[in-house]
Design a binder for this molecule. Sequence first.
Ligand SMILES: O=C(O)C1=C[C@@H](OP(=O)(O)O)[C@@H](O)[C@H](O)C1
Ligand SMILES: C=C(OP(=O)(O)O)C(=O)O
Length: 426
Amino acid sequence: MSAPLWPAPTAADPVRATVPLPGSKSVTNRALPLAALADGPGTVRLALRSRDADLMAAALRALGATLTPSGETASSVDWEVVPGPVTGGARIDVGLAGTVMRFVPPIAALAAEEVFFDGDPHARRRPMGAILDALRALGADVRGDALPFTVRGPLAGGEVTLDASGSSQFLSGLLLAAARFDKGVTVRHAGPPIPSQPHIRMTVRMLREFGVRVDDSEPDVWRVEPGPIHAREFTVEPDLSNAAPFLAAAMVTGGSVTVPGWPAETTQPGDQLRELLAGMGASVERTPAGLTVTGTGRVTGVEADLRDVAELTPTIAALAALADSPSRISGVAHIRGHETDRLAALVTEINRLGGDAAETEDGLVIRPRPLTGGVFHSYADHRMATAGAVIGLVVPGVEVEDIATTGKTLPEFVSMWEAMLGGGAP
Ligand SMILES: O=C(O)C1=C[C@@H](OP(=O)(O)O)[C@@H](O)[C@H](O)C1
Ligand SMILES: C=C(OP(=O)(O)O)C(=O)O
């Protein structure tokens, strides 16, 4: 933990800003593999540029697709994608990206040659067993149960049962490539409830948008018919989960933040910020200009089951640490397997600043207590880093360790944050 410290800026005044967000990580990292497996050339517009998205692009190239950027900015790119036969013999770096480590192995299993996967030290601790066992059951030769591992196809596809309670990405990964398996796939979930269900709906919707036949009519069973994935032009929505710290900034400073281009209808779990933040005292308004969150400077504690929107937990916990009444967050036991053990990390870092946070079996209890400055460690976790930034807006002397880790999904975070405090877009 010797990464540089970033003195989190405090807000001298209520923030008033419009904050455009680059493309969704989750949508980008589904659109790229679908385009790379499609039946002809296609385009992915307004794709996110970030570490996770770049790792996905590199992985697909290594497996035989051609991706050519155009219209590139620091955090956005239009990709022309020309699929090729899936070829193995590659080494894939997954970084710390759950989407790369869970979505690419089923694609690699289309190749007859071995593909080697590895990632960051933290990535080696993230659960992989359920999807690797499923690939084995479907006919692939898989060595290892966590990173590093190898996958060698081809696999026939067919029926498989898995426990996706550890991550919805196990299921999404199988479904995204399944139309290219000879027999397609029928996946049955057996186990405790699956987290992050909107991400599964995102997978199913995007498969259908690429012309794949998916039957999700039976609870806990998904059938993907074998057949072509149709090439198309696809435009990525802004990342609503990455809107969370900016909207939280409006709340804690008693200001107002607008995120333009908030979709009227979306499968992104970040859309649930509308109800969540309203429940913590914000006024929330969606207009053609976007989503506007206005705060009072006071935050109310919340009782929230975040199972469906698990990736929002660090921001909600940061707000809870600044609230004037207790909060209880539940349904998120599995985020112990996210970028870091997020429950332990949030408790440690909130308490280090003098707060009162405790772990429960499946979440957190956070009680009001005045916070003081200090180092907020990020554990290579982009959302820990942005949670520290939110607290730092109103607690002087907070220093976020390794703010650069926000590059996982939002490389421009620091300049966007500074621009927000200055009143506008960068
Ligand atoms: O499919 C996806 O794009 C994601 C699914 C979720 O994973 P879990 O189901 O592991 O929570 C989410 O937390 C992650 O940030 C992105
Ligand atoms: C859990 C997350 O990421 P990943 O896609 O690496 O699982 C996240 O972004 O909060």
